[in-house]
Design a binder for this molecule. Structure first.
Ligand code: 4YA
Ligand code: UDP
Ligand code: MN
Length: 371
């Protein structure tokens, strides 16, 4: 037959071989396409923060394990509580017109009457979160601890689980107060430093170290504050977010050029005159342990670099915190309701004073003498 078509046996042989290879290849493709189907797959990331190294991966596993250990009843809940409250307005006057409640990078700024605490409590209660509150009581500042803890019992994260982490060089002087259910006091003994500026700055290093070894296993959020303070109104879960800072009470209405950022370009805390959003207070920041770990590491390392060059930023840890927030925007910002000093009086925009400076004699409390 091959001869009738004018083909040589050899060419015929080649054609048969090519045909065979084609049939085989298509057969294989067909088989595979049936075996695996064409499935579209989407990878859902729990967090948009890519884990950067092994250490963080391990810490995350520990944390997930802890959640399962503590919550054996973590089956899907099919019964929902009722949620009764006035409908939020999609169109109409905003609840606050005298202050901004959102940054240009869409981080909420928390002022009174911008949030419903009942909705937020429901959300955070269901997640059974633990909040770590860190404060330093070094040398004479230990006298502030009692009022700080007593008022925190009354106003801070009421109804949620709280771990107080008091860093001190005088553990015996920390009062052993009765605490409400679900609230624990952890006294962490640490060294002191001679200069008050260094005591303040070294908080970054110590928070960083304990976040890595302890807090990441024990808390879902960290709130890091000054201790020369008292709670005087509600401070709750409305403040919680990945990483948050607080508007300094003396600068929230000020222009950029009057912010007391570090202005010497030799310092790693330097912020150029045409950058920066707000002036944040060093006495109230926080976030998830992962984010607080990053923040405190960056601030501490910058301080150490500056120290090598003999530079200390103008407002110490606060200057480095402000620098960090220019380039790592906070995901939530607290209004000065969360850090006020009555020495600055009252203002119509300030509907609540939630966390107040306890008046102190700066020189006396910071000096190393006995008086
Ligand atoms: C601290 O604030 C405290 O030393 C002050 O006693 C006061 O509690 C303040 O915080 C809120 O520029 C009625 C006093 C008003 C003082 C306004 C200036 C100082 O601002 C600095 C930055 C630092 O943040 C200081 O820590 C802060 O003083
Ligand atoms: N601090 C301390 N002992 C000191 C100095 C400072 O424990 O001798 C801690 C304390 O938690 C204090 C914080 O560092 O609240 C910041 O210092 P301070 O409150 O004096 O700064 P200010 O708010 O007056 O700027
Ligand atoms: Mn203070």
């Amino acid at each position: 037959m091959a001869r009738e078509w004018g083909l040589s046996f050899r060419t015929f042989g080649y054609l048969v071989l090519v045909a065979f290879i084609m049939v085989f290849t298509f057969g294989l493709l067909w088989h595979n396409s049936h075996r695996f189907q064409w499935v579209s797959s989407v990878n859902i990331l729990c967090s948009n923060l890519q884990l950067q190294n092994n250490y963080e991966d391990i810490q995350k596993d520990i944390k997930i394990q802890r959640l399962f250990d503590e919550d054996p009843s973590s089956e899907v809940n099919v019964k929902f509580p009722r949620m009764v409250y006035p409908k939020p307005l999609a169109v109409g006057p905003p609840s606050r017109t005298d202050v901004i409640v959102m940054t240009p990078w869409f981080a909420p700024i928390i002022w009174e009457s911008t949030f419903s605490i009942n909705i937020l409590n429901e959300y955070f209660k269901e997640r059974n979160i633990i909040i770590g509150l860190t404060a330093f009581a070094i040398k004479k500042y230990v006298v502030f601890t009692e009022k700080f803890l007593k008022t925190a019992e009354e106003y801070f994260m009421v109804g949620h689980k709280v771990n107080y982490y008091i860093f001190t060089d005088r553990p015996k002087d920390v009062p052993n107060l009765p605490l409400k259910e679900g609230r624990k006091l952890h006294i962490i003994e640490v060294r002191n430093y001679a200069q008050w500026q260094e005591v303040s700055m070294r908080r970054m290093e110590m928070i960083n170290n304990y976040t890595k070894t302890k807090f990441i296993k024990e808390a879902d959020y960290l709130v890091c504050v000054d201790i020369d303070m008292q709670f005087s109104d509600h401070v709750g879960v409305e403040i919680l977010s990945d990483v948050f800072g607080t508007l300094h009470p003396a600068f929230f209405g000020a222009s950029r050029d009057s912010f007391t950022y570090e202005r010497r370009s030799e310092s790693l805390a330097y912020i150029p005159p045409d950058e920066g959003d707000f002036y944040y207070a060093g006495g109230f920041f926080g976030g998830t342990p992962q984010e607080v770990y990053r923040l405190t590491k960056a601030c501490h390392e910058a301080m150490m670099e500056d120290k090598k060059k003999g530079i200390e930023a103008v407002w110490h840890d606060e200057s480095y915190l402000n620098k960090y927030f220019v380039y790592h925007k906070p995901t939530k910002i607290l209004s000065p309701e969360y850090l006020w000093d009555n020495g600055m009086g009252s203002l119509p925009i300030l509907k609540k004073k939630r966390f107040l400076a306890v008046p102190k004699n700066h020189a006396a409390i910071r000096s190393n003498d006995r008086k």
